[in-house]
Design a binder for this molecule. Structure first.
Ligand code: SF4
Length: 390
């Protein structure tokens, strides 16, 4: 498990398999956040958790709590090899496959040479899936899971002009196939090449696929079924979804969730899904301060850690985002970022506010600079005008 220094103390990353926690695990996370850190828990945009403000003398206690709750890696030094993102509504079969892949990767000591950023995605084709993250290897089921389309160095093709899948493979071969891809990457990669795009940019996808020695069918026309991110929120067949304001939840609220629900799934939108929620689940989530309506301000605003947690930021983006939420015009999506790295946004957001000084932001719309050094109130007024004119 990684605990890295940040402005507000240690930042501990807890990987969740498929974003899922049992109630008992959620209680353990809340306890760890309270006893070892500041009590702040964040959901990342790869559906993992971060605990903030970890004291220097609490690392061992935190790691013990995580392992006792079954949240640690299965094998020593295997944590970085658990960077597999699963669609939040993935079927039980796909979840089981994710466990098998992760187990095989963690057992393979040679794969520990991979960069911690080397990223995988497994998907079973639901309408709710995150397709914005570039992955080093992605796999998406077809024919009811009998086969999987796969591709490298990008996201699943879902638009007409997206790069096609690299091929299709039988599901029975998936685990050895993933292991073979990762070994092939390590064989081909030069010391400075950490991601699949680096290797494929040099040797080409065809040479890489040929080196895998697997029976692969080409599928140049394959496109993933369309997705609808708004399905992450509200009541749907078999689940209820709610947004965590600015991707954060405190220990007390997480404990309250754990007292109400047996399973909690966190998503790459920094939200939660409650599987098989009962009729009053929506009201219970709202009562805890979570947004279940896609039009709610906190469902349309994201912010990075900002100056309270990151030395690179000029402004407290989280606090400023809370003020902006109260002023945000309808139908407007905003991303507040402390620097150009844009940690909070895996995808382009219509409006970005980039800090230039405490409480001051440059405003970009569709990546074009529109105004400089605005206060939050000035930014809100400008957005209200531009959306009224639209
Ligand atoms: S976007 Fe920049 S300022 Fe914000 S958390 Fe990331 S590195 Fe820090």
């Amino acid at each position: 498990m990684r605990i890295v220094p940040a402005r507000d103390g240690g930042l501990a990353r807890l990987r969740l398999v498929g974003g899922e926690m049992s109630a008992q695990q959620a209680r353990a996370v809340a306890r760890a956040a309270r006893e070892c850190g500041s009590g702040v828990i964040e959901v990342t945009n790869r559906a993992n958790l971060q605990l903030r403000g970890i004291s220097d003398d609490a690392h061992a206690h935190l790691i013990q709590l995580a392992f006792d709750a079954g949240l640690g890696p299965a094998h020593v030094n295997g944590d970085d090899l658990r960077n597999l993102m699963l669609s939040p509504l993935a079927s039980d079969t796909t979840r089981a496959l994710a466990f098998c892949i992760l187990d095989a990767l963690q057992r393979d000591i040679a794969l520990q040479a991979l960069s911690p950023k080397f990223a995988l995605q497994l998907d079973s084709g639901e309408r709710l899936a995150m397709l914005d993250h570039p992955q080093d290897l992605w796999l998406s089921s077809l024919d009811d899971g009998a086969r999987y389309a796969f591709g490298f160095a990008g996201s699943m093709p879902h638009r007409a002009d997206d790069s096609p899948a690299a091929g299709v493979i039988d599901s029975a071969d998936i685990v050895p196939f993933v292991v073979a891809v990762l070994h092939a990457f390590l064989r081909f990669a030069l010391p400075e090449e950490k991601r699949m795009r680096d290797v494929l940019g040099r040797i080409g996808t065809t040479s890489f696929v040929e080196a895998l020695a697997f029976s692969i069918t080409l599928a140049p026309e394959w496109r993933r079924a369309p997705v609808d991110a708004s399905l992450r929120l509200g009541a749907h067949d078999g689940y209820v979804g709610a947004q965590l304001p600015l991707g954060r939840i405190d220990a007390a609220t997480l404990e309250a969730l754990a007292s109400l629900f047996d399973r909690i799934i966190v998503t790459p939108w920094q939200s939660v899904l409650i599987p098989s929620g009962s009729e009053d689940t929506l009201a219970r989530l709202n009562a805890l301060g979570l947004a279940t309506d896609p039009h709610a301000p906190f469902a349309r605003i994201i912010a990075c850690a900002g100056s309270s947690g990151c030395i690179k930021s000029h402004a407290d983006t989280k606090a400023d985002a809370e003020r902006l939420a109260a002023l945000l015009p309808d139908n407007c999506e905003v991303h507040l970022t402390g620097c150009e790295r844009s940690c909070a946004a895996a995808r382009p957001v219509e409006t970005t506010l980039l800090t230039v000084a405490p409480g001051r932001y440059d405003l970009y719309q569709h990546a074009r600079l529109e105004a400089r050094a605005l206060t939050i109130e000035e930014a809100a007024a400008r957005l209200a005008r531009s959306h009224a004119d639209a």
